[in-house]
Design a protein around this ligand. Structure first.
Ligand SMILES: [Mn+2]
Length: 289
């Protein structure tokens, strides 16, 4: 049986709570011991942990470097992968690794499913939480502290980035994205998510060779995915996400999926955990050759 590479990132360094740290271990163990779906893909897990010593910035910088080495290698060898956070700051490492893997004739498209824009820098963020900054880091900014946390020196092109499901943001984030002409599909502009996601994948397929999908679990309606740190009402229905993933998982350009921001302490009867299992068992079987 073909094996899918899975990276678990046991870190809460970028968020306000520390309980994201065991999120990846929980989903790994859930899939190993309790998964009920027959079509489970075989996952080969690699867990990464932050170092104990150093400042928060030093730990995050090192962690993202290690994350990026994994995804760089997998993307270079066209191996489909799953990455499980951790708070959403791990997206800097995950997608920077893919960007670094690109050959001269390759371009990378990223679809960001999130309730938030995650486009703050240290100079604009009211909370200074780094899980609100990965988009700014991936685009490349003049914020030195943020650039320092980002592994590598390759950034995503604004025309290859699409944000979907947004419903909570600050003016400075909107300005950063708008001045760069980035496509944003707000939550209230989504009527048929499958249709919208398919069209975004088709559009990106015209101009890029490699596509990634970053899912912040708060993209989903908190009634169905309560296990997140920063819930925002009126999200996308879980079944709509599953249906949409079923449609696009066959696209060979979609190489990797990230699921971040699982916050076990806020989950209700493992509802969000079960949904993560469903997302994984929907998406990966079609990635097995
Ligand atoms: Mn996010």
């Amino acid at each position: 049986m073909a094996i899918i590479q899975a990276l678990g990132i046991a870190s809460s360094l970028g968020g306000p709570y520390n309980s994201h740290s065991n999120a990846a271990e929980l989903i790994r163990d859930h899939l190993r011991y309790y998964a009920t779906e027959l079509k489970q893909p075989q996952l080969q897990w690699h867990m990464v942990y932050p170092k104990r010593n150093g400042t928060k910035d030093e730990k995050l910088q090192r962690l993202n470097q290690i994350i990026s080495q994994y995804t760089r290698y997998w993307a270079q060898s066209a191996t489909p992968f799953l990455a499980i956070g951790g708070d959403h700051s791990c997206a800097m490492g995950i997608w920077s690794g893919v960007l670094q893997s690109l050959k001269k004739n390759q371009r990378f498209g990223l679809i960001w499913l999130d309730a938030h824009m995650d486009a703050h820098t240290f100079s604009t963020s009211p909370t200074q939480n780094i899980h609100g900054m990965p988009i700014a880091a991936l685009l490349g900014t003049t914020d030195k502290q943020l650039t320092h946390l980002y592994p590598g020196n390759k950034f995503i092109k604004p025309e290859h980035l699409v944000l979907m499901g947004i419903r909570s943001f600050e003016a400075q984030e909107y300005t950063l994205l708008k001045t760069r002409g980035i496509k944003i599909i707000f939550s209230d502009g989504i009527n048929d998510f499958s249709k919208n996601l398919l069209s975004v994948v088709q559009q990106l397929s015209l101009t890029t060779e490699v596509i990634g999908i970053s899912i912040d679990l708060d993209f989903i309606d908190p009634l169905e995915a309560p296990g997140v740190a920063t819930p925002v009402a009126h999200g996308i229905k879980a079944q709509e996400l599953i249906n949409a993933l079923k449609l696009i998982c066959h696209c060979p350009k979609v190489v990797g999926l990230e699921l971040s921001e699982y916050h076990p302490q806020s989950d209700q009867n493992n509802k969000t955990l079960a949904l993560m299992e469903k997302i994984i068992s929907t998406f990966y079987p079609c990635k097995i050759p």
